[in-house]
Ligand binder design. Structure first.
Ligand code: CMC
Length: 431
């Protein structure tokens, strides 16, 4: 990492402060302002962190202007075409692609950690049948710290490894338990001879009273979606995991915090919101009405699945998903082809509209992912849970990177206070 200097001048006092500026491997230079308050007594102000790097990371990089996403240096297009979700998990956690033995060992470890403690499973009975699956998953993941005591010592690298494998292996089991509970169906135990996504589909869709065979196209589509969602550098939920984890809390609680952050419609909840929006639009004749609503400053409606804080170009994940959409719909869930046509028409109209062009608003990953989930038979309320399953590895990788970094400190932002100035307490009878 090369370093140059910037000089900041306080014109009132004439004080000059030299600030180091780092050139990263990829992306814009980063000005180190950590000495600013100590030397000049001022804070910086950047709500939403639009221009603030909050940590040093070696995991994922996004070039939002060009629409580029890389995991550990590998372009997402290469990984989507040639890798598998399990291999991507290894890559994100360890920094390098595994050789055949390393991959087999990792895969075996994930397969053999899939069961959850029976007492944890019984937690689901405490939820009402119509509880949102994200609420159940958040609660159960947070409760994992009460069960797996051999993986909560964050200073112990062996504990961190066990935690990482457990979390990745068990999150599909927890998700499936939430789904089965909402249906009132018996829970289906994991089957370790199946692939990661094959096992997930089996736990979701098989029942004890009938045979179930995993559809290889569904398995392939899910594996692809999971690769694409696996990590996205310092997004809202990942930053939340880092922030919660920075206090030294147990890792399961940090992940539960991330799941909560993901749920919001501006983040992972958007895939659910896109399908609700497309259903609300109904047919192509209504598109212009909804585009007008999205552009109206006095209307809270936004085009869901459009826009991104970092991408000012087409989200590369959306392009890949769109192609998979066609493949899935040709093979299953043909009735959802209408939804895909409507989505494509909406995209075409929005991409030509001056408002969306001027603001660089393009379809993001969530615009098409829901159509695939719908075609696979996954209910809308489970869409964000699917995102959480895939993103778990990203959260774990970032958490582990932060904990292993001897320079990391508790996250503690400052503020621009604009409340009342100092004043004396007034007795109640004088108010
Ligand atoms: N529809 C209509 N207008 C929009 C939209 C949209 N989807 N997104 C942004 N804008 C407008 C916004 O009104 C603002 O206009 P102005 O400058 O006149 O005030 C401008 O574009 C910039 O928007 P912003 O809200 O300041 O941008 P942000 O970076 O804070 O928000 C976002 C990014 C993703 C939250 C936002 O684009 C959005 O709400 N999109 C819809 C929800 C969505 O699809 N979220 C999934 C994100 S991708 C998956 C993930 O990683 O979580």
């Amino acid at each position: 990492m090369t370093e140059k200097k910037y000089t900041l001048t306080d014109h009132q006092s004439g004080t000059e402060l030299e600030l180091p500026c780092y050139d990263p491997t990829l992306g814009p230079s980063v000005l180190d302002i950590s000495s600013l308050y100590g030397k000049l007594g001022v804070f910086t102000h950047d709500p939403g962190f639009g221009a603030t790097s909050c940590c040093e990371s070696n995991i994922t990089f996004i070039d939002g202007e060009k629409g580029v996403l890389v995991y550990r240096g590998y372009p997402i297009e290469h990984l989507a075409e040639q890798s598998s979700f399990i291999e991507v998990c290894y890559l994100l956690l360890n920094g390098e692609l595994p050789n055949a033995d390393q991959l087999a060992e990792f895969d075996e470890s994930i397969r053999t950690h899939t069961m959850i403690n029976e007492s944890l499973l019984r937690f689901f009975n405490g939820f009402h049948h119509n509880a949102h699956p994200m609420a159940m998953v958040t609660g159960v993941v947070a409760s994992m710290s009460a069960f797996y005591h051999d993986s909560t010592d964050i200073r112990n690298p062996a504990h961190r490894d066990v935690f990482a494998h457990r979390m990745i292996a068990k999150i599909p089991t927890i998700a499936a338990a939430a789904y089965k509970h909402s249906l009132g169906q018996p829970f289906i135990y994991p089957r370790n001879e199946l692939s990661y996504c094959g096992n997930l589909l089996n736990m979701f869709f098989s029942v004890p009273s009938a045979d179930y065979e995993v559809n290889p196209i569904a398995e392939e589509a899910l594996d692809l979606l999971f690769i694409l969602h696996a990590d996205h550098e310092q997004n809202c939920s990942t930053s939340t995991v880092r922030m919660a984890g920075s206090s030294g809390t147990n890792p399961y609680s940090a992940i539960a915090a991330g799941i909560s952050a993901l749920w919001g419609p501006a983040h992972g909840g958007a895939n659910e919101a896109v399908i609700n929006m497309l259903e609300q639009i109904g047919d192509a004749s209504q598109i212009s009405k909804y585009i007008a609503k999205a552009k109206d400053k006095n209307d809270p409606f936004r085009l869901m699945g459009f826009g991104h804080r970092v991408y000012k170009n087409y989200d590369p994940r959306a392009k890949i998903i769109q192609a998979m959409c066609h493949k899935v719909l040709q093979n299953m869930g043909q009735e959802n082809a209408v939804l895909l046509e409507l989505a494509q028409e909406l995209e075409q109209i929005a991409l030509k509209d001056e408002y969306f062009v001027e603001k660089n608003l393009y379809p993001n990953v969530d615009f098409y992912s829901g159509i695939i989930y719908r075609a696979l038979g996954i209910p809308t309320s489970m869409f964000t849970v699917m995102f959480a399953i895939a993103r778990t590895v990203g959260w774990v990788a970032h958490w582990a990177e932060m904990v292993a970094d001897p320079t990391s400190r508790i996250g503690r932002p400052r503020q621009l206070y604009n409340g009342p100035g100092l004043r004396d307490y007034t007795a109640i009878f004088d108010r």
